[in-house]
Design a protein around this ligand. Structure first.
Ligand code: SF4
Length: 336
């Protein structure tokens, strides 16, 4: 892990934010690219939004990137580039919760705050036989208190890294190494044959299904894109004009809708192609959709769009859903 032995709070913070909800193998590349491009918090704060989102592209959970930028700019301007050095001040920063604050304050400043992440929940629930749901308010409070009691106050950084490593390497979510585990004579889960049942979660995630139909409008070698705004997924990333529906639709229906919105002028365009169905599973949403490419005789006026060549588009950050389509087109050497 990049924060192993690291004392620079900027680097620890960056790696923690990048590695949240991301596989380590995937996140490490991003971390190294960020550090190379933005070696200090001041460099990150001074970067344009589009450059930072472009570097983040593909990592998902874009609110992390927005908060990263907001916090970097706050530290650069309000704190003269100096990272705070108390748990409370660190936790007050945008996008930093109790876990990240505990990680930064214990790794960088050796402050006595226990980290409670997925690894710690799993290790404690199994060894101590705790069946309280880890996603309930009561469960979170209980596990946090227990983690604080167990923390080695003299070496909090080392202790936190050890318990997280133990959860990642020995007491893994699936196929933990129980037979060679140093705790197997005390572990309640092992004794009771409940290793696969703990930790317990109470809530089932409900998945919302959404259909995105993108209009890829070509006009004299340029394509219309615009920035997503508002409180929704992929905020601040770019996309083609989209018609969202709650159920699957035929391309002809979408084209009619686009005409009604004056995005397409009747008889002033031809349908070039309709892509296969694309899907992307997010944590609480399933996005499905298609890309309908049309060639225009006349450029329509569509609010907030810019018309770019394929080369110019490469500077803009797009969600993975759109990049899958762009990659496919590049391979076929069509317009992109
Ligand atoms: Fe985890 Fe198995 Fe060790 Fe218990 S015995 S702590 S379940 S690895």
């Amino acid at each position: 892990m990049p924060w192993k032995g690291e004392k620079d709070p900027y680097r620890i913070w960056l790696s923690e934010i990048i590695l949240q909800q991301t596989r380590v193998e995937q996140g490490l590349d991003y971390y190294h690219r960020f550090i190379e491009r933005f070696p200090t918090v001041g460099d990150l704060a001074a970067a344009p939004d589009t450059a930072v989102f472009k570097l983040w592209e593909g990592l998902g959970y874009y609110s992390r990137c927005r908060n990263l930028l907001a916090t970097a700019r706050y530290i650069a301007t309000e704190r003269k580039g100096v990272f705070p050095n108390t748990y409370e001040e660190i936790k007050a920063l945008k996008g930093i919760g109790p876990y990240t604050a505990a990680a930064i304050s214990s790794f960088a400043y050796n402050l006595p705050h226990a980290v409670v992440d997925g690894n710690v929940f799993r290790v404690l629930s199994r060894i101590f036989g705790i069946a309280k749901p880890i996603d309930s308010t009561e469960g979170k409070k209980y596990f946090t208190q227990l983690a604080d009691e167990l923390l080695d106050k003299k070496q909090p950084g080392l202790y936190n890294q050890a318990i997280m490593d133990f959860g990642a390497i020995v007491c893994k979510p699936a196929l933990p190494l129980c037979s060679s585990c140093v705790f197997n004579s005390q572990c309640e889960a092992y004794r009771q044959g409940k290793v696969n049942e703990w930790p317990v979660k109470e809530k089932k995630i409900s998945i919302r299904k959404r259909w995105f139909y993108y209009l890829v409008m070509e006009y004299k070698g340029t394509i219309a894109i615009r920035q997503r705004m508002g409180k929704d997924i992929w905020n601040q990333l770019y996309e083609f004009p989209v018609i969202e529906t709650s159920a699957e639709q035929e391309a002809t229906h979408i084209l009619t809708q686009a005409e009604k919105q004056d995005w397409l002028l009747p008889k002033k365009y031809i349908k070039v192609s309709v892509s296969p169905l694309f899907k992307q599973q997010l944590s609480h949403q399933l996005i499905a959709g298609q890309f309908i490419t049309v060639q225009l005789d006349k450029k329509p006026t569509i609010k907030d769009t810019v018309w770019l060549t394929a080369k110019e588009m490469t500077d803009y950050p797009f969600p993975k859903f759109i990049n899958q389509f762009l990659e496919g087109n590049k391979a076929q050497q069509s317009l992109f």
